[in-house]
Design a protein around this ligand. Structure first.
Ligand code: 5GP
Length: 188
């Protein structure tokens, strides 16, 4: 039986390690697509336009929302983030699955537009570990850290609405579980 290209949503609070997990899975399965999101926030040091995000002004983001170019978008923290339809289509059209790494509001919106999407939630082993990881990242101001922690609590409340939950404690195990999940649903 052939594999079916599917749309996967990966959500979880900031600092939980979604990005690391997704990039490791991508190394093991280079054919899988990962969408580059659009955002109105400014780049962090080391981030690259078109690789980390497409950075847009509020005006451009607004215009493209109005033009119907987004599959989903949401206000997260102080900025807007969204997935362009063109990003998803370029993978699915080639018969490859695609992963959207997006927040829980975006995850909810995708479910409505794409009921077939498989939604995966990445959880920290504990709240304390998440706080540690967010502090350790060192890229946040104290105010921004506070806001992210508040949002992280809210995001964790959505975990039970997801199809699959993965605890990111041991990284290798979490990668393995994510790989198995992708394969399971592609072969469904
Ligand atoms: P960060 O600013 O740390 O890169 O991302 C902040 C949050 O925005 C994360 O929770 C991330 O999942 C979410 N996010 C990133 N891209 C998208 C997107 O395209 N759509 C939605 N809804 N959320 C996104």
């Amino acid at each position: 039986m052939g594999r079916r290209a599917r749309l996967f949503v990966v959500s979880g609070p900031a600092g939980v390690g979604k990005g690391t997990l997704v990039s490791l899975v991508r190394e093991a399965r280079p054919s899988i697509g990962v969408t580059v999101s659009a955002t109105t926030r400014t780049p962090r040091p080391g981030e690259v336009e078109g690789v980390s995000y497409y950075y847009m002004s509020d005006e451009e983001f607004e215009r493209r929302v109005a033009a119907g170019e987004f599959l989903e978008w949401a206000q997260v923290h102080d900025h807007r983030y969204g997935t362009l339809k063109s990003e998803v289509e370029r993978f699915l059209a080639k018969g490859n699955s695609v992963i959207l790494e997006i927040d829980v509001q975006g995850g909810d919106n995708v479910r409505r537009v794409f009921p077939d999407a498989v939604r995966i939630f990445v959880e920290p082993p504990s709240w304390e570990v998440l706080v540690e990881r967010l502090r350790g990242r060192g890229t946040e101001s104290e105010a921004s850290l506070k806001l992210r922690l508040k949002n992280a609590r809210r995001e964790l409340d959505y975990a039970h609405t997801y199809d699959v939950r993965i605890v990111n404690d041991d990284l290798d195990e979490a990668v393995e579980k994510l790989m198995q999940t992708l394969e399971k649903y592609e072969n469904e």
